[in-house]
Design a protein around this ligand. Sequence first.
Ligand code: DAH
Length: 371
Amino acid sequence: MGEVETLEGVAVARIDAAEDLAALEALRVEYLGKQGSISGLLKTLGGMSPEERQTEGPKIHALREVVQAALAARKDGLEGAALEARLAAETLDLSLPAPDAPKGSVHPVSQVMDELAEIFADMGFAVATGPEIEDDWYNFTALNMPESHPARAMHDTFYFPDTAPQGGRMLLRTHTSPVQVRTMMAEGTPLRIIAPGRVYRSDSDATHTPMFHQVEGLVIDKDIHLGHLKWTLETFLKAFFERDDIVLRLRPSYFPFTEPSVEVDVGFAIENGPDGKGRRVLGGSGDEPGHGWMELLGSGMVNRKVIEMSGLDPDQWQGFAFGVGVDRLAMLKYGMDDLRAFFDGDVRWLKHYGFSAFDQPTLSGGVGARA
Ligand code: DAH
C-alpha cells in the first residue's frame, strides 16, 4: 500500500474517533491546514515529472476529498449529539409546583379601599385626595369649627410648631373631611366624590391607633336630601358586605359641618362562631330578638356655612356627606379584632389576613372574592 492509502486509512480512522469538535478541528488543521500533511503532499506535485503527476495527482486530490468528507460527516455527528445532550439536560417539567418564593400580600386596608373605590365608581363617584399635613383652616375652621369651638378638643390633634398660611397652625389632619372643602374649592359643582386616606389622632388602645384610615363621601348638587344619603349608604353597605338584608337606622346627632346630622347604625345578629363564642354578624333589623344596633358612621346634610366657606352659594347647591373608618369596615368584614395588629407589620398576620394581588375587587366577581 502506498503512502497516500496509508495516510487516508489513518486520517479517516482518527477523524471518526474524534471525541469533540475541538479535537476534530485539530485534525483538520493537521491534515488540511497550510502546514498540513495533505497540503504538503499537494505541494510535492510541482516537483514531479508529468507522468508521475498524472498518476499521483488524482490520488492526492481524492485523498483530500475523502478527508474533507470524513471531517464534515464527523462534524455533523458531533453537533447532532451535542444538541441531543443539551435537549436532554434542559428539559422543563411544567407540571412541577412553582418554587416556594416569598410572596407579598395586599394589606386588608388597601383591599378595602379598593373595594370602596369600585363600589362608589359604579354609582358615579370619583376618588379625591388631600394632604395629610393640613392647614388648621381646612381641618377645622372651614368645617364650621372656629378657633374656640369645643369640637376641636375632641379631635386629639397633633399640631406642628409651624404657622399655617391661613393663620392657624399646621397639623396632621384629624379626619378626611377637609377634602370636602378642598374639592369644592378646586372643582366646583356638581360633585360626587369619595376621599379615602390616612388620618391622625393622639389616641391608642385596642380599637384606636394614632394613625388610622377614613373614607369621606360628598355629593353636591341641586335638590339633594336625606333620602339620597340613606339610599347611597344602603346601596354601598349591601355591596360591601355582600348581603341584601343590611338594615340601617338613622339617629339624630351633631357634627358642626352637617345640619341636620345623623349617626348611622347597622343591625346585627349574634351568632355562635366555630369557637363557640358569640360574634356579631351584620344583617337584619337590630330590633329583632337576639339582634342589636351598631354605630357605623357619621353623616348629614352639608352645613350651609361649609358650602359658603368653600366658595359656593348654599341657596343653589346642597349636598350630603359622610365619614367612616376604613379599618373598622375591614375588621367587621374580615373578622379581625385588634386594630393595633394592622400596623405591626407582622408577616404572619399579613400572610393570614392579606390578599393576593390577583384578588382585584370587581362588582361582577364579588368585591370580597379571594382568588
Ligand atoms: N369627620 C367626622 C369624624 O372624623 C366623621 C364625619 C361625620 C364625616 C359626619 C362627615 C359627616 O362627612 O357628615 O369623626
